[in-house]
Design a protein around this ligand. Structure first.
Ligand code: MEV
Length: 356
């Protein structure tokens, strides 16, 4: 009798340098203490039964079964296959692991519980891949190490999205902080920060399938739009890119020195640059402005940003200073989900199972 496996992984936030990192500039990201848990156990019936719950504002349950010819198909009432990112990543993880390591052949229950909102730039896709892969590898006794899990998860994320930043899977696997420089991911040891994250929207169940599928491609679209704008204003954008690179370097020093006033000011400047390249929609802008007005040391959009036409779905990051409660109340009043987070959280944890 195989035991139940339970693993957990953290969400991520990009502290500095999102978008500019696509052009080789430095970016700093960290794990936060919002976690996603995957449990894997046996089931009598064959195939995979997948249950996803507790994702803020979202939940679903479905069967994934083999069709003739070995393809895995979702079997519910609606085309959640394309409507939800989460299921696409679980399915692709299974397909990949079956092919690469020959796992499978018995009934498996996969249960996912998450504190990470979807499509909010907090790394829910990478977290789903890392945790699902780690749990299934452990369950089926596939030996390996953390780096193998990270590489498998990155492969799966890329297969689903077409392109994926290595940052998210690295953070979900290793936790802590990472600096990305010229495409290389380096782990950094920096002190913990207390921040507020405000998220606008997740995919509501009422959203039609087409719109929800587009949401999964939001980051891709945002990156493409920045590229088009850059082509019209090459010199101007290059100066933004260099400024962002310098901001990331100075921010690392400010975190090391515990200089929160400087750190906050750098967040505000970084936000201004993100606005300048056109990735700040109205509702996220309002969350940042309101936080700054209420006394935040710093506030910025984090991750890909957003689009007004996609309901401003996305997240902001606030360094609250003394006025955290007032800022949280204001963010909530504006209809956003509020989370108190700590940076530098632990990476992949095998909470029950044999471990790696
Ligand atoms: C998205 O979370 C961050 C971007 O910089 C894209 C990427 O790094 O792949 C916009």
């Amino acid at each position: 009798m195989v035991q139940k496996i339970r693993v957990s992984v953290p969400a991520k936030v990009i502290l500095f340098g999102e978008h500019f990192v696509v052009y080789g500039k430095r970016a700093l990201a960290t794990a936060i203490n919002q976690r996603l848990v995957v449990e894997v156990s046996s089931r009598e019936k064959g195939g995979y039964h997948v249950k996803i719950e507790n994702i803020p504002t979202f939940g679903l349950e479905m069967d994934l079964e083999h069709e003739k010819g070995g393809n895995i198909k979702a079997l519910p009432y609606k085309d959640y296959d394309t409507a939800t990112k989460a299921i696409a990543y679980v399915k692709e993880s299974i397909v990949y692991l079956e092919k690469r390591y020959g796992i499978g052949g018995e009934g498996v229950e996969i249960e996912i519980k998450s504190e990470i909102p979807l499509s909010a730039g907090l790394g829910s896709s990478a977290a789903t891949c890392v945790a699902t892969i780690a749990a299934l590898k452990d369950y089926f006794g596939v030996s390996g190490d953390l780096e193998g899990i990270r590489a498998d998860a990155h492969h799966v994320e890329k297969a689903v999205q077409g392109a994926a930043s290595p940052v998210d899977t690295a953070i979900s696997t290793y936790g802590g902080y990472v600096l990305v420089e010229k495409g290389e991911v380096k782990r950094l040891h920096l002190p913990e920060l207390n921040l507020i994250v405000g998220c606008i929207g997740s995919i509501p169940l009422s959203m039609d399938v087409k719109k929800a599928s587009e949401m999964g491609l939001k980051t891709k679209r945002m990156v493409e739009e920045v590229k088009v704008r850059k082509e019209s204003f090459v010199k101007v954008f290059n100066s933004f890119f260099d400024a962002s690179d310098e901001i990331t370097a100075q921010a690392i020093n400010a975190i090391e020195d515990g200089d929160f006033v400087k750190l906050g000011a750098l967040m505000n400047i970084n936000h201004g640059l993100l606005d300048a390249i056109g990735v700040v929609p109205r509702r996220l802008s309002e969350l940042v402005k309101r936080s700054q007005e209420l006394g935040a040391l710093g506030a910025k959009v984090t991750g890909a940003g957003g689009l007004d036409e996609m309901g401003s779905v996305g997240s902001v990051l606030v360094l609250p200073g003394e006025s955290g409660d007032r800022i949280k109340a204001a963010i909530e009043m504006a209809g956003a989900l509020v989370m108190d987070v700590k940076t530098g959280d632990a990476g992949l944890k095998i909470e029950a199972g044999s471990g790696f």
